[in-house]
Unconditional design. Structure first.
Length: 180
């Protein structure tokens, strides 16, 4: 990997959120894969010294689209997808008040094969620290971060009178190509 500044966005790879369900009615719901379809960012990479590297991201909070739903009693329908997206935008993320999600790294440590990015995530108008784990393989970088919704003041979705709940922790995964 060459040192340099790399533009990030949907053309460079994927940024997805994975949710799981809990509660007595969990069998009725679906574990979801939700893709962020409009986002941009920049990675400054210094392979010789991770401390000289940085990452910034800006996501359009209304661009989350349900791509897959696994489990559940019935398959996820297009109507289910539309309803989940509407609830996510209006009730969970309140995109009318908080249209943008941002991440700014504050510290990067490790080596290209296994690194940690600490940074500030602003979600639903609240900024809190989060840690991203990742690895670089050739010109691709892959990794994950766990976001505990309640730490950002987000009440995880529940349905069926509270019997079906979305787990408080959601996993954010990325798979990006770094090309100058």
């Amino acid at each position: 990997m060459d040192p340099g500044t790399y533009a990030l966005g949907p053309d460079s790879g994927s940024l997805v959120v994975h949710t799981t369900r809990t509660g007595l009615g969990a069998k009725a719901g679906h574990d979801l894969t939700i893709e962020v379809t409009r986002w941009r960012g920049e990675a400054v990479v210094d392979p010789a010294g991770p401390a000289g590297s940085s990452v910034t991201l800006e996501l359009d909070a209304s661009s989350l689209e349900v791509r897959e739903g696994t489990g559940g009693i019935k398959p996820l329908t297009d109507g289910d997808r539309r309803e989940i997206q509407k609830i996510t935008r209006e009730k969970v993320l309140q995109t009318g008040r908080h249209p943008t999600i941002t991440f700014r790294s504050t510290r990067i440590s490790g080596d290209p094969e296994s690194f940690q990015v600490e940074g500030d995530l602003t979600l639903a108008g609240v900024t809190r620290p989060v840690t991203v784990s990742g690895a670089l393989a050739g010109d691709r970088v892959r990794g994950t971060a766990t976001v505990t919704q309640s730490l950002w003041g987000i009440r995880p979705y529940s349905g069926l009178f509270g019997a079906l709940k979305l787990s408080d922790d959601v996993e954010v995964r990325f798979d990006l190509g770094l090309t100058p």
